[in-house]
Design a binder for this molecule. Structure first.
Ligand code: ARG
Length: 601
């Protein structure tokens, strides 16, 4: 379905043309003076030079044409697009859309399964690399943004009609693995994993629980910083693991199993889902051939024992270091696994595009990986590699978010603190069954966290402000949910009053009866263009600001209109149809952001 601005521009353009001017001057936008008009065309001013004519004269002619069009439509019993077209000095054309036209436009939207949004004409296969948790390390808030933004981008791309594959790309191949293996070895040297002569089957049971594992890593990491010999041991263990030493691989498999079960639970609580649970280590089988190929084709050369590819470009304004493919000891680096992962993805999924949702401090790493992949022709020229870098989540002190005691905030703890806060608020608000309130608190808590994050442009740092994010008022997730719940409650009451319809709601949207209703309708017409922008720019924050404006418009209309007490049943049915559409639009919006609304709150 066409966007309303396109329809309006088309109408104004044909008036320009009918007056002998170029049609392109008819481009019309939303008015920045909503007190004067709804839409505004500044084409007459732009046409001044070409036609050597005062803009107001041009505007007057066009407006006369528009008025004639409106009249002709009325004569034919059709609905005119405009209710008012006015030329204003020095040459603005101010426009107001007619109520009947709006009602028809929204009626078409309501009967469309995609709410007037047009899916991609050429669907692509898009892989999204997000989440990026490291096994054996607790999920902390640093990984929260990747999960939240990635999940939303995944849903948005899917909504736009693309085939989307989300991959968690776990970190399981670097030094952290060697550190854990080393620490386990120090604690339990008798385990068969460390016995080079052991040929039997390794135990099924892991030698640690998730909470032990989460303690082992930080301990090992701290030790390695103070103890050179320990660090060396860990580096050796990493190399041996990557080399395929049997016992280390078996132990590593235990680390994976224990961690992944825990990660699935945590991501599940966030309503974040991955199609693939691939890992850095899945790239290992490609590494040797990749290095060989890069050498043979003359892309890579040896420098002080390491294998590197130059990726500098003339236009660089800052130094872009060469890409290291293998370290002098032959070990793989972060760039190595990312390049080899691209080979795996191309081979198995043939994506048109890969989007990486990662902390923006890793931008240089991705510049190196992307350039190297292109230069060495790991990807086709038309395949897109996109880095969606996000900023840091800070505390109120402007420093990276910490617990009150100053430690690293674990995701589980953050979520439960928010849920407790929401539970308190819900119980304060009204009497509720404690079990139901707990469930509701979970949904509302998630909206607080996700909306708080997504309403900011991803690349910017933002302050995680619990009091603000959990508030039922203002630009917050709970406020949006509150609005949806309000609509649901009206619709339910209406259903209860009109049982003869068997639960079906009326569908016919009427011309607005008052100003706040028209404002709500105008907001709704923006849906398809906002969605298009959000998809093109991978910008969930655009959806946030749209649903916030829409919620405000809905609440204003609600406060100014007695809907359930309305005696004119046709009028009432029209309002119910409008509320139902608003609810669908808001629910689509929050679904794309990755959360849902409760029945009550
Ligand atoms: N595990 C990495 C980290 O914690 C993030 C992985 C991002 N994705 C990638 N393909 N490099 O920093």
């Amino acid at each position: 379905m066409k966007k309303i601005l396109e329809l309006i521009s088309q109408e104004v353009s044909s008036a320009f043309e009918a007056c002998g001017y170029d049609a392109s001057y008819g481009k019309t936008g939303i008015s920045n003076r909503p007190d004067l008009c709804e839409y505004q065309c500044n084409g007459a001013m732009a046409a001044k030079k070409k036609y050597q004519k005062a803009p107001i004269m041009i505007a007057n002619e066009v407006v006369e044409k528009l008025a004639a069009h409106m009249e002709a439509a009325r004569q034919q019993g059709a609905v005119p697009l405009f209710e008012k077209a006015e030329a204003v000095n020095p040459g603005f054309i101010n426009l107001k859309v007619s109520g009947e036209y709006l009602a028809g436009y929204l009626g078409d939207m309501a009967s469309d399964a995609d709410l007037s949004f047009e899916k991609a004409k050429q669907p692509k296969t898009i892989m999204i690399d997000f989440g990026g948790a490291n096994v054996a390390k607790p999920l902390h808030v640093g990984h929260l943004r990747s999960a939240i933004i990635g999940e939303s981008v995944k849903r948005i791309c899917r909504f736009a009609g693309h085939t989307v594959i989300g991959d968690v790309h776990l970190g399981d191949w670097g030094l952290q693995m060697g550190l854990i293996i080393t620490e386990v070895r120090h604690r339990q040297p008798e385990l068969p994993y460390f016995d080079g002569n052991f040929e039997g089957e390794y135990p099924q049971e892991a030698p640690f629980t998730i909470s032990e594992l989460e303690e082992i890593y930080p301990t090992a990491s701290a030790k390695s910083k103070e103890d050179e010999a320990y660090k060396k041991e860990a580096l050796e263990a990493t190399a041996k693991l990557q080399d395929g030493e049997r016992g280390y691989r078996a132990l590593w498999q235990h680390i994976l199993n224990v961690s992944i079960a825990d990660l699935k639970k945590n991501y599940g609580n966030l309503n974040v889902e991955f199609d693939l649970w691939k890992k850095e280590s899945d790239a290992q089988p490609y590494i040797a051939d990749m290095a060989e190929y890069m050498k043979k084709e003359g892309y890579a050369y040896e420098d002080q024992g390491a294998l590197i590819v130059d990726i500098k470009e003339e236009s660089d304004t800052k130094e872009v270091p060469p890409c290291i493919i293998l370290k002098s000891d032959g070990a793989a680096l972060y760039t190595t696994t990312d390049l080899a992962t691209i080979i795996d993805r191309v081979k198995n999924y043939d994506p048109d595009e890969i989007i990486y949702v990662v902390d923006k401090r890793q931008e240089m790493h991705f510049t190196q990986v992307f350039r190297c992949a292109r230069k060495t022709k790991l990807v086709k020229d038309d395949m897109e590699l996109k880095f969606l870098g996000f900023g840091t989540m800070n505390g109120k002190d402007g420093k990276p978010f910490k617990t009150r005691e100053g430690g690293v905030m674990r995701l589980e703890r953050l979520i439960s603190e928010i849920n407790d806060e929401m539970y308190k608020k819900i119980m304060e608000n009204h009497e509720a069954d404690p079990d139901e309130a707990r469930q509701t608190a979970k949904l509302v808590g998630l909206s607080a966290i996700k909306y708080g994050d997504l309403s900011n442009q991803a690349s910017k740092d933002y302050v995680f402000d619990v009091d603000k994010f959990t508030s039922f008022e203002g630009n917050t997730g709970p406020y949006i949910l509150y609005t949806i719940v309000r609509i649901k409650s009206i619709l339910n009451k209406y259903r209860a009053q009109n049982t003869s319809a068997g639960g079906d709601l009326p569908k016919t949207i009427l011309a607005p009866a008052n100003e706040s209703e028209k404002a709500l309708m105008l907001e709704l017409t923006k849906f398809n263009s906002v969605m298009e922008q959000a998809c093109e720019e991978l910008a969930p924050h655009k959806i946030c600001s749209f649903i916030y404006d829409l919620s405000n418009a809905l609440n204003r209309f609600y406060h100014e209109t007695k809907i359930l007490a309305q005696e004119d049943k046709v009028q009432q049915a029209g309002w119910i149809a409008l509320l139902d559409l608003t609810k669908r639009v808001l629910e689509t919006g929050i679904d794309l952001l990755g959360f849902e609304a409760p029945e009550r709150m």
